[in-house]
Ligand binder design. Structure first.
Ligand code: BG6
Length: 478
């Protein structure tokens, strides 16, 4: 296929999240957030969620890469690469330190004003997630996170506050980051904690609680979308899901149906955000399992009135499922199900499947006919500096190139409407699942190690120069 480049105005950029890079965890009036009470883990070693902040524990997000103080230097590097957009999130506890405060914290609001001004100075469009894996810790301790309907109101107030404040600076928004993680990983505690500020109680039915909490978040999301469109009708407000398409292991019809049922767990989230109503298969799951989900009549109206304008999603991998798993090797715990024999994995056991991205783009676009935005994709790897202090990350370039080629096919051959592409962790930052620094995704290297040592100095990797050319040529030079 001849590479004709990407559509005019395609949003090339990079993505990060507040808690994974800002640091400054207790500066500028910021309150403690869920991310501040998570210790460092490692591949196969879960992060610990502590009861408040405990002296002597290692909390990697407290300093992260100190973007809070270094953002001007970092934005200049993004501009040098030619970014058209930059995706980050707003730390909710910078704006409402306790989540239930009467008045917002002016210093927190000012920080994002300054950051957005800095981006706009270079013509970089901010793409903003309202809640990316963190909520004010007080809302966890005193309300049980999104178990409580009061937290819906607090979220709406937070959303309205930032929509009003940045209505002339930000056009692209998303409500909750990877809201579906908590469904795919019911037994891994950090997912419910980071998605919705929930810790499960002993003996409770986690699945039922998850559906209830997620319902509350759907309503919060819909109310935010509706309020945002009133504040500025030109806002584009999307949802954000982690999209891991599931292939049937074989053409055995039972494998096919197993993959269909597993996909329902994914579609559930998009169906409600995009169509504004619960799909039939979800109602059947609730009925079969005897789940009693509290839904108020007004919620159903809110869901309908707050459907999203576009679908933001992350794509890192595909997955495979099989009806009878007794004779196959299992996949990594976080990745789930069974191994795909056709696909290689990263050092963290994440399958690498560029073609799966084209497949994902196709099935989402066919189903919803809404613009899509790939707001995360990337390769977490161990980067080693050579004797000159340079990082030659050809493996990352290769990963990204192969994914971009598939994006192009989805646009050119399949006619998918794609708004943009923001590779994850465009600057090295704290890994979400493990809390490590050594799982790096960036075009920009940050001198910081797992134990917190390092100068925090920034330097350009080979992929920095490569991505700059990709953007300059609008995707023609890969
Ligand atoms: C997504 C998240 O799950 O994947 C990011 O939205 C996260 O916050 C990214 O960092 C990569 O995961 P990890 O665990 O490698 O940092």
């Amino acid at each position: 296929m001849i590479n004709k480049g990407f559509p005019e105005g395609f949003l090339w950029g990079g993505a990060v999240a507040a808690h994974q890079l800002e640091g400054g965890w207790n500066e500028g009036g910021k309150g403690v957030s869920t991310a501040d009470v998570m210790t460092a883990g490692a591949h196969g070693v879960p992060r610990e969620i502590t009861d408040g902040i405990i002296e002597g524990k290692n909390y990697p997000n407290h300093e992260a890469i100190d973007f809070y103080h270094k953002y001007k230097e970092d934005v200049a590097l993004f501009a040098e690469m030619g970014f058209k957009c930059f995706r980050t999130s707003i730390g909710w506890s910078r704006i409402f330190p306790n989540g239930d405060d009467e008045q917002p914290n002016e210093a927190g609001l000012q920080f994002y004003d300054d950051l957005f001004d800095e981006l706009l100075k270079y013509g970089i469009e901010p793409v903003i997630t309202l809640s990316h894996f963190e909520i004010p810790y007080n809302l966890v301790k005193n309300y049980g996170g999104f178990r409580s309907r009061k937290v819906i109101d607090f979220f709406e107030k937070f959303a309205i506050t930032v929509f009003e404040r940045y209505k002339n600076k930000v056009k692209y928004w998303m409500t909750f980051n990877e809201i579906n993680n908590q469904a795919s990983n019911l037994d891994v505690d950090i997912f419910a904690f980071t998605c919705s500020g929930v810790t499960y109680k002993d003996g409770e039915n986690r699945e039922e609680t998850m559906y209830q909490v997620v319902h509350n978040e759907f309503v919060a999301s819909a109310r935010a979308v509706r309020a945002g469109k009133k504040i500025n009708p030109n806002f584009e407000i999307g949802c954000m899901v982690s999209f891991v398409p599931i292939y049937p292991y074989s053409c055995n019809p039972d494998d096919m149906m197993k993959s269909v049922e597993e996909m329902h767990k994914r579609w559930h989230f998009l169906d409600v955000h995009v169509r504004g109503e619960y799909p039939a298969y979800t109602k059947k799951i609730w009925e079969r399992k005897g789940f009693n989900i509290h839904i108020e009549p007004q919620d159903l109206i809110d869901l309908k009135e707050g459907t999203v304008d576009y679908i933001g999603f992350s794509y890192y991998m595909s997955s495979v499922d099989k009806a009878d798993k007794s004779d196959v090797e299992s996949g990594d715990k976080l990745v789930g199900s069974v191994k795909n024999p056709y696909i290689k994995e990263s050092d963290w056991g994440w399958p690498i499947d560029p073609v799966g991205l084209r497949y994902a783009l196709n099935i989402m676009y066919e189903r919803y006919n809404k613009p899509l935005f790939i707001v995360e994709n990337g390769f977490g790897a161990i980067d080693v500096k050579d004797e000159k202090g340079e990082v030659h990350d050809g493996y990352r370039i290769d990963y990204l190139r192969r994914h971009i080629e598939e994006m192009q096919k989805a646009i050119e051959i399949d006619g998918v409407e794609l708004l943009g592409y923001t590779p994850w962790g465009c600057i090295d930052l704290v890994s979400f699942t493990t809390g490590e620094m050594k799982k790096r995704y960036g075009f920009i290297y940050v001198d910081k190690n797992n134990d917190g040592s390092g100068t925090l100095e920034r330097s350009r990797k080979d992929s920095f120069y490569w991505y700059k050319k990709v953007i300059e040529s609008n995707g023609k030079e890969l």
